[in-house]
Design a protein around this ligand. Structure first.
Ligand SMILES: Cc1cc2nc3c(=O)[nH]c(=O)nc-3n(C[C@H](O)[C@H](O)[C@H](O)COP(=O)(O)OP(=O)(O)OC[C@H]3O[C@@H](n4cnc5c(N)ncnc54)[C@H](O)[C@@H]3O)c2cc1C
Length: 285
């Protein structure tokens, strides 16, 4: 099939982008990497009146900015840069670990981090990393200026998030992970597919065990699932063995995966159990 007719507007600047979104609202769609949007147009799953191409906006494609506390990734940071950038490898190891699991090289070359966060597919890698790590999305609109929304509050339901139609995700800020342990696990039907079940995790090592763990499952519900009960169990443990035991107890109690077309709830629960056990061991190493 071919896309329905639409008006194409190439944004000249960030301000121009925000003006177009203010003028067209829900009638407009942002064209970033196009790796989700273009298939959905071709299948006529969406028929926006306007496509706003932000690819030439210099302010949205700068280098990542590293501060004492976080790394700020601009809207047009591509998935492939998560693998290639020494900044990401040094300061955001979780994203460096997750990136090879996202689709295939051609898609990673165009697809953007913020586009992936905007789509928020529940089986997608980066939204789970953002929730696990406590990232903050920076949203901007012509009418209301800039606001910061924690990833843990951004996802509201299946493919539904807190970004208003006139807002652009201009950047995402991830807390620096230099002194954190990170883990990323995924089982997919084929390499490059969305996850059947996945798990992203961060934790601080020191003292008798792990502190401030953030573990987030994906592929098991309508959005990334922050496993708070499991995190509390891990934080209470002194050793890896104790953490695994307590985490698995919490897992049995708290986690009830939703089935999808390819995988039953029971199979997902089984896979998630193994991913969790491996992830806890990795965080303790
Ligand atoms: C064959 C195939 C396999 C794939 N496999 C995976 C996979 O395994 N894991 C995975 O995570 N993804 C996968 N993807 C999706 C890919 O990662 C997309 O690139 C990503 O989901 C969307 O990013 P994009 O930059 O291409 O966004 P686009 O397609 O350009 O936009 C998607 C949507 O997000 C909105 N949007 C984009 N950027 C912004 C912004 N800055 N502010 C506000 N709204 C914005 C747009 O309006 C649009 O509605 C796959 C895609 C394909 C085609």
């Amino acid at each position: 099939m071919k896309a329905a007719p639409f008006k194409y507007i190439r944004a000249e600047s960030l301000e121009h982008s925000l003006e177009i979104l203010a003028a067209y609202g829900d009638e407009a769609r942002v064209l970033a990497g196009g790796q989700s949007l273009l298939p959905s147009l071709s299948l006529r799953l969406s028929e926006p009146a306007v496509l706003l191409d932000i690819n030439r906006v210099a302010a949205l494609s700068c280098e990542p900015v590293v501060t004492d506390a976080h790394v700020r990734l601009p809207a047009l940071m591509r998935h492939a840069q998560l693998l290639a950038s020494p900044i990401i490898e040094a300061h955001l190891s979780l994203l460096h670990q997750a990136a090879p699991w996202i689709a295939h090289p051609g898609i990673r070359h165009r697809g953007t981090v913020c586009g992936s966060l905007a789509v928020g597919d529940p089986a997608s890698e980066l939204p789970a990393c953002a929730v696990a790590a406590g990232a903050v999305l920076i949203l901007q609109s012509h009418a209301r200026g800039t606001r910061a929304v924690p990833a843990r509050e951004f996802y509201l339901g299946l493919l539904h998030n807190a970004c208003a139609p006139d807002e652009l995700i201009v950047a995402v800020e991830f807390p620096r992970m230099d002194h954190l342990r990170t883990t990323f696990r995924e089982v997919a039907r084929r390499r490059g597919d969305y996850a059947m079940v996945g798990l992203a995790g961060v934790a601080r090592a020191g003292g008798r065990g792990l502190s401030q763990p953030g573990l987030t499952f994906f592929g098991i519900g309508d959005r990334p699932l922050q496993a708070s009960g499991i995190c509390a169990a891990i934080e209470a443990a002194d050793t890896a063995e104790q953490a695994v035991t307590l985490a698995l107890e919490a897992y049995e109690r708290d986690i009830s995966p939703s089935a999808d077309l390819w995988c039953s709830s029971q199979a997902k629960k089984h896979i998630g159990r193994y991913l969790l056990e491996e992830a806890v061991h990795e965080l303790f190493q």
